[in-house]
Design a protein around this ligand. Structure first.
Ligand code: GLN
Length: 456
């Protein structure tokens, strides 16, 4: 993995910080020695994991992709990172992202642009583009990302890997830099569904340091991968699958549409009962998400004032110090979100925007609940298109936001969803991957017949 990282990283730019290879090898050697001495090692012993740079790590920089935190080394590990380390995993580095998770291409990082390993002239998706690309390029085994409105699932789709957004509350957010606290979750990338399940199992469960983490029992996500060996001809007999009609309507690239329809037909062959379901509120998700995410972010990002958190600019008086620190520290996308959020929360507009968006969120949550009472899983594309060119949407924020249409509803409803490769469209040298999104009921990461984490 280290050799491959050295070879490919100059072309792909996944990492903002790479661990010292000698230290990584020493950690691996120590594990090897323990095994030779018949001493116990953790179930993830020696597994190389990359961590998105908005997740805190005690011994490494954690910048959130922002100048305002350049050089910051947190004095603690995020709970998810601590759990991985306790099980023997080795952190190989910190991955690039759109600043504080705000973006869909990883171009909004303050530090570098990450390329898509399938075609270096294209974006890897975002905001967890570095984590997706590093698994796709086999620079690490698995990686952690975060998903507020699709930031694990859309890059997984663009990079042809598996991405899992857990149910809100399944994984502790302690140590994840807050973007929009009611939507944020830490998620998993792997090159197989099994790897993703093992990673999810390692990081799941209640944490007293995060009041929103759930006390529900964590099923054994690692023990269910049986279909491949005992493949019956129709292993998913009777599984009720709802294809969300609004997600394959106009606005979706024809190649993506036919890949999803191909996957749906395949599910039928495996025994699923496929029907189309309509979620009339689906298109309301995008405006509601951008109001709510911006509002929460404007509040969360107030802590970066150069005094409590963040690099301090020099100024003779206090207000100037705040203004300069934030003006220099934040990039333009982040500033735009703060302005949108502050506007939506201001006294005169609160009822028209924030309150209304909360009401829409309730409608969306109810419509997903109803659809999941009648279906075991729902399916859709993970994104309306495959990976596009670097720079193509950089100066057109509305076009960029529109690309999140497939994923944001799932965060508003707090549900788990898995993305896995289901086909290709033309592009690049060998084609570009397309991801299928599979949505389950809350806390049902296995999705009834255990299919979600079995990857069919
Ligand atoms: N692209 C979305 C946004 O910019 C989602 C980002 C995310 O999930 N962190 O808000």
């Amino acid at each position: 993995y280290l050799d491959r990282l050295k070879q490919t990283e100059p072309h792909i730019n996944c990492f903002l910080h790479v661990s010292d290879p000698d230290k990584v090898l020493k950690q691996a050697q120590d594990i090897d020695d323990k095994i030779k001495r018949n001493e116990e090692v953790g179930p993830l012993a020696g597994v190389l994991v990359a961590i998105k740079d908005n997740i805190c790590t005690a011994d490494m920089p954690s910048t959130g992709g922002s100048y305002i935190l350049e050089g910051y080394r947190p004095p603690f590990d995020a709970t998810a990172v601590k759990r991985l380390k306790d099980l023997g995993a080795i952190v190989v580095g910190k991955t690039n992202l759109d600043e504080f998770g705000m973006g869909s291409t990883t171009e909004a990082s303050a530090f570098k642009v990450t390329a898509n390993p399938w075609d270096l002239s294209r974006v890897p998706g975002g905001s967890s583009g570095g984590s997706a690309a590093s698994v796709s390029a086999r620079q690490c085994v698995v990686s952690l990302g975060s998903d507020t409105g699709g930031s694990v699932r859309q890059p997984a789709s663009f990079c042809g890997v598996v991405g899992l957004k857990p149910t809100y509350g399944r994984v502790s957010r302690f140590g994840l830099m807050a973007y929009a606290s009611s939507l944020d979750v830490i998620g998993c990338f792997g090159s197989s569904v099994a790897d993703t399940g093992i990673l999810l199992h390692a990081i799941s469960g209640h944490d007293s340091l995060d009041a929103t983490s759930s006390k529900r029992e964590v099923p054994d996500f690692t023990s269910q991968f049986t279909y491949a060996s005992s493949l019956k001809s129709r292993p998913l007999e009777g599984l009720r699958v709802g294809l969300i009609r609004e997600t394959v309507d106009a606005g979706v690239d024809s190649g993506v549409k036919s890949a999803i329809e191909g996957a749906a037909a395949h599910l039928e062959q495996l025994g699923c009962v496929l029907k189309e379901v309509s979620l009339p509120s689906f298109s309301l998700g995008l405006p509601a998400y951008y109001i709510l995410a911006s509002s929460e972010s404007s509040s969360n990002l107030s802590r970066y004032d150069g005094v409590r958190y963040g690099n301090q600019a020099s100024s003779d008086e206090l207000n100037g110090l705040y203004e300069e620190s934030r003006a220099k520290g934040f990039g333009s996308e982040v500033k735009m979100r703060i302005l949108m959020g502050t506007y939506a929360l201001s006294a005169g507009y609160y009822d028209a925007y924030y309150k209304r968006a909360q009401q829409v969120r309730t409608i969306i949550r109810k419509s997903f609940k109803a659809a999941l009472d009648e279906n075991d899983i729902l399916i859709s594309p993970a994104a309306p298109s495959a990976a596009y060119k670097i720079g193509e949407k950089k100066n057109d924020p509305l076009a960029m936001y529109a690309g999140d249409i497939m994923t944001v509803n799932v965060n508003l409803a707090g549900l788990p969803a898995l993305v896995l490769p289901c086909g290709f469209v033309e592009g690049g040298a060998v084609g570009l991957p397309v991801g299928l999104q599979i949505i389950g009921a809350a806390f049902d990461e296995f999705a009834k017949h255990k299919c979600l984490l079995n990857g069919f």
